[in-house]
Write a protein that binds this ligand. Structure first.
Ligand SMILES: Cc1cc2nc3c(=O)[nH]c(=O)nc-3n(C[C@H](O)[C@H](O)[C@H](O)COP(=O)(O)OP(=O)(O)OC[C@H]3O[C@@H](n4cnc5c(N)ncnc54)[C@H](O)[C@@H]3O)c2cc1C
Length: 259
């Protein structure tokens, strides 16, 4: 059995499939796992010699929720994600007891605007932030609404997964703007929204919405290629290194995929 001081066995309590390789699960750890919106936790399956084959996954749910939610992409040649893809409700994963990460909402700089850019599953930490801030605001713990501009890129609209939730949040809160964009609109004839890769929209939305470097923190999450491009665009627009936060899901140069 994997070391009980490091791991706990946690059951999947629900599962939603969005596309052949994209799904979300809700997992209920037997003990509380404290975290802040934007953090990740590693989990996986038992491999051999009591070792856990594990990877990091950003937490979609808010710390206020009783279960942990994750939005996962199956990498066909990957070691772990195909093994997670076959797990159903009632199956268990081995989960680390500690969440990690510093991809949290910037509360230090005093910036009022937050510009959150993602590819596909990279939306996960932003959902956690939106759910958490929404609840804080509704329950009077947050006084000054912040401006949140979320751009999400995907090859096709079926990959957004959380678009209904984000559209509803944007309708409820005037501080949220949500812009999904598809890069392969010819495969998605019904799609009426933005077209093109998400990094190609960074400049347009920063300009049109007046997201100034002096008052804005940018967040880039997901595909490393997107992160490199978006970082360069933001830097050319005056953002300094300290105002750009990054969560890179895999090593640059590996696993080139459409986004
Ligand atoms: C902080 C952090 C948070 C993460 N959060 C999430 C999350 O919320 N949801 C999620 O699905 N993944 C997330 N990941 C990625 C995840 O940890 C794994 O890398 C991913 O599940 C693939 O693991 P694997 O064992 O199947 O593939 P591996 O055997 O580890 O990798 C196989 C190859 O695929 C590349 N690769 C890895 N991920 C992808 C991808 N998505 N698309 C294309 N190529 C890829 C690898 O670089 C490698 O070349 C996160 C990674 C980090 C570092």
């Amino acid at each position: 059995m994997p070391a009980p001081d490091k791991y706990m066995s946690a059951p999947i309590v629900s599962r939603t499939d969005y596309a052949p390789t994209l799904w979300s699960v809700r997992i209920k750890p037997p003990e509380e796992l404290p975290f802040r919106a934007g953090q990740y936790v590693a989990f996986g399956v038992q491999d051999h010699d009591d070792k856990v084959l594990e990877r990091a996954f950003s937490i979609v749910s808010s710390p206020y929720e009783p279960e942990l939610e994750f939005f996962i992409e199956k990498v066909p040649e990957g070691a772990l994600s195909p093994r997670l893809h076959v797990l159903q409700v009632g199956d268990c994963v081995w989960m680390r007891r500690k969440a990690k990460g510093i991809f949290n909402l910037d509360a230090k700089s005093g910036h009022t605007d937050h510009f959150l850019v993602s590819t596909v599953t990279g939306i996960a930490p932003y959902i956690s932030m939106v759910r958490t801030l929404g609840k804080d605001l509704r329950e009077g713990r947050l006084q000054m609404p912040q401006r949140f501009v979320i751009l999400q890129g995907a090859a096709r609209s079926e990959e957004f997964a959380y678009d209904k939730e984000l559209r509803a949040a944007a309708a409820e809160h005037d501080w949220i703007t949500y812009v999904p964009t598809v890069s392969r609109p010819w495969e998605d004839p019904e799609w009426q929204g933005e077209r093109g890769r998400v990094d190609d929209l960074v400049r347009k939305y920063a300009d049109n919405l007046g997201l100034r470097p002096e008052t804005t923190t940018a967040y880039l999450c997901g595909n490393p290629g997107m992160i490199v491009n978006a970082r360069d665009i933001l830097k050319r627009r005056g953002f300094d290194h300290g105002s750009i936060k990054e969560e890179t899901y895999w090593a640059p140069g590996e696993g080139e995929v459409e986004y």
